[in-house]
Design a protein around this ligand. Structure first.
Ligand code: AKG
Ligand code: FE2
Length: 355
């Protein structure tokens, strides 16, 4: 089983600002009136914001209709340009999303004492806790999460004792529907890249994790950070944003596009593994989350990844692009270890240097 979504917490150097708050424990937001120093980011929102002129602007993240006959081409282009897109007619039933929202809110609305019964630890990396990348930053993020690898039963039982089944069912349905969708997207993107699917879709070579995120109303959002800039380790990640926008993507690391809250769409982004499989043709999408002082925001995320001993290496073999593999082959477990220790430098460590 995977450790965390990407990293373990052992390597964290102690941060003087957050000494009193264990690295895996979110702030108890219910008792906070002002932004604590530990959560104050000097430059969180100061970068350029790209206008959200979606629909007409070339700068906007594409909205793709999965029923469009040109969907394959559009998905491929979006993955090359942004590593992300919004998807409509994705096939996940509205009722599944609605129940997912109810159950997610039900969990995060609990008093922190209750949520702590399922606190994540280094040995048991599922459950309630801070976002996986917390150890890499001096400041804490304005976020609390719940991570599910496999089934949520064990953790849900710790919290609710009897009344846990509706939570587990909602998570399972969302996960199952998301996997069906993501496998369609893998099929389409491999077709775009002219990769034979036999190279990837093996019987049991993938796994998925759910990450529920809660971003409470923040007293000083301009100095807070929901989740700091990062790329996911996944092949594809699916995000449902609930109540408020806040997810942002960047092509250059300095200007950020806020993904609008579009009803009936999900956000899809590429991760490091697809970047490697595509021999760097597809981006590994750089993204972050900003917070607000208007509405409590939630997001429900599925990370679709290889299993730990699956060997990943570039699969692109077309003539229009560089034949040379840009990354060395390695198991997903080895990749996770590299990311654990090097965060945003992981891909460059794997790069095969050209002579
Ligand atoms: O909250 C979001 O919209 C995205 C969260 C995210 O990037 C993650 O969980 O990896
Ligand atoms: Fe992410």
């Amino acid at each position: 089983m995977a450790t965390t979504l990407s990293t373990s917490v052992e390597s964290h150097a102690e941060n003087p600002n957050t000494k009193t708050l264990p690295i895996n424990l979110p702030l108890d937001f219910s008792s906070i009136q002002s932004l604590p120093e530990s959560h104050a980011w000097l430059e969180s929102n100061k970068d350029d914001q790209i206008e959200n002129n979606h629909g007409s602007s070339l700068l906007a993240l594409p909205i793709i209709d999965l029923n469009d006959p040109n969907a394959m081409e559009q998905i491929g282009l979006a993955c090359e340009e942004w590593g992300a897109f919004q998807l409509k007619n994705h096939g996940i039933p509205k009722s599944v999303i609605e129940e997912l929202e109810v159950q997610t809110k039900r969990f995060f609305d609990l008093p922190q004492e209750q949520k702590k019964k399922a606190l994540r630890s280094c040995d048991y990396p599922t459950g309630y806790g801070t976002v996986w990348m917390t150890p890499f930053f001096q400041q804490r993020m304005w976020q609390e999460g719940f991570t599910i690898f496999g089934s949520s039963d064990t953790n849900a039982k710790k919290i609710w004792h009897d009344d846990y089944q509706s939570f587990c069912d909602a998570m399972k349905k969302f996960q199952d529907e998301s996997i069906v969708l993501i496998e369609k997207l893998i099929h389409l993107s491999f077709e775009y890249l002219a990769i034979s699917e036999g190279n990837w879709i093996g019987a049991n070579n993938h796994t998925s994790a759910i990450q529920l995120n809660s971003y409470p109303i923040c007293p000083k959002p301009e100095n807070a950070m929901g989740i700091a800039p990062h790329a996911d380790t996944s092949i594809f990640t699916l995000v449902h944003q609930s109540q408020y926008s806040g997810l942002q993507f960047s092509k250059d690391g300095s200007s950020w596009f806020t993904v609008p809250l579009e009803p009936s769409t999900v956000v899809i982004n590429t991760g490091d593994v697809l970047h490697i499989l595509s021999n760097a043709r597809f981006k590994s999408a750089l993204h972050r989350v900003i917070v607000n002082n208007i509405k409590h925001r939630y997001s429900m995320v599925v990370h679709y990844r290889p299993i730990m001993d699956h060997v990943i290496s570039p699969l692109v073999q077309d003539n229009t692009h560089d034949h040379c593999p840009r990354f060395r082959a390695l198991t997903f477990k080895e990749y996770i270890d590299i990311k654990d220790n090097n965060f945003d430098k992981a891909l460059s460590i794997l790069s095969v240097k050209e002579d």
